[in-house]
Design a protein around this ligand. Sequence first.
Ligand code: NAD
Length: 358
Amino acid sequence: MKKFEYMEKHGYEQLVFFYDKTTGLKGITCIHNTTLGPALGGTRLWNYEDEEAATLDVLRLARGMTYKAAAAGLNLGGGKTVLFGDASKVKSEAYFRALGRYVQTLQGRYITAEDVNTSTKDMDYVHMETDYVVGLEGKSGNPSPVTALGAYHGIRASLMKKYGDDSVEGKTFSIQGAGQTGYYLIGYLLEAKAKKIYFTEINEDHIKKVQDKYPEVEFVKPDDIYGLDVDVFSPCALGGMLNDETIPKLKAPIVAGTANNILEEEDKHGKMLKDKDILYAPDFVINAGGLINVYNELSPSGYIEEKAIREVERIYDRLLEIFDIAEKEDEHTQRAAKIFAKKRIETINHLRANYVKR
Ligand code: NAD
């Protein structure tokens, strides 16, 4: 892969490869854009096929973080770390302390957190060697309920745009995936008096957990979730679920959930939804609750839950603004969200062109 060409094309700032001879830690940190602030993004541990796959992954994920933070109104840039390895074999105190030492070498240009195959416990080891880590035990805590809360407000904004009324009461929902975020989302919707909720799952324990706690929520088979005649389809499982095959089946006029990269091909499938007059709440905007929450750990006054929750609630206004841009520009909403994020980065960048002594 022609790394410099790729970096130039997408405006990357830095790509750092590191290897620790004591622990065998091998990783890559990518900093995409720090116009708004330090690059923040979790550390993913994965058994990549080769270096190229890992490099592409870290580049793609770091860029996504830039847009996510910018659209969430945070003073953060986009970054990410990937580690090469088998999560069942490589993890140890020394391994994560070695990672912390590399994070420290970036002197705050990059802040890490947990991600796939890394936990808050692992981040406690990272924290022994650097302060540039968030999502620690006893601070902002588990991001998933807050991500679900953000999605709940995003659903309300979507209802407002579609029906001119943001009330969940009397509305119907289908939830794909009742894991860390989907489960909490079901709770928020029931609390707001949703009329009917269907859900699907492939994990027996997760199915049972929902059925035990919320017997009124109806289970359907995974393939049946798309064609239900509901107000909102809420994807909370894996990415790539909306594609050429599934979009034609959709009956819901709104798609709004927590899942990342739910559109298999952003432009093609974003447009397909628009052409079917389905309102799509862009993934990186509606699922930013966890990021907003963890960002609050960096506040000079320390993490204050009420403040973080208030900021998560603003996902509602942000989505309405993005829906309006989409309408005005006659664009699909995923593209409109990118326009919104890029505009914020450009505006803040220009604003800083005047010299001000601090
Ligand atoms: P999770 O793994 O806890 O839950 C996902 C659930 O989906 C699992 O229970 C799994 O069994 C189920 N699932 C997988 N494939 C399915 C299928 N075909 N049909 C039905 N169910 C299926 O993950 P999560 O933390 O809830 O995250 C869900 C999505 O939200 C992911 O895309 C994640 O990247 C995104 N997200 C999560 C957070 C967070 O704070 N957890 C933040 C931002 C984005």
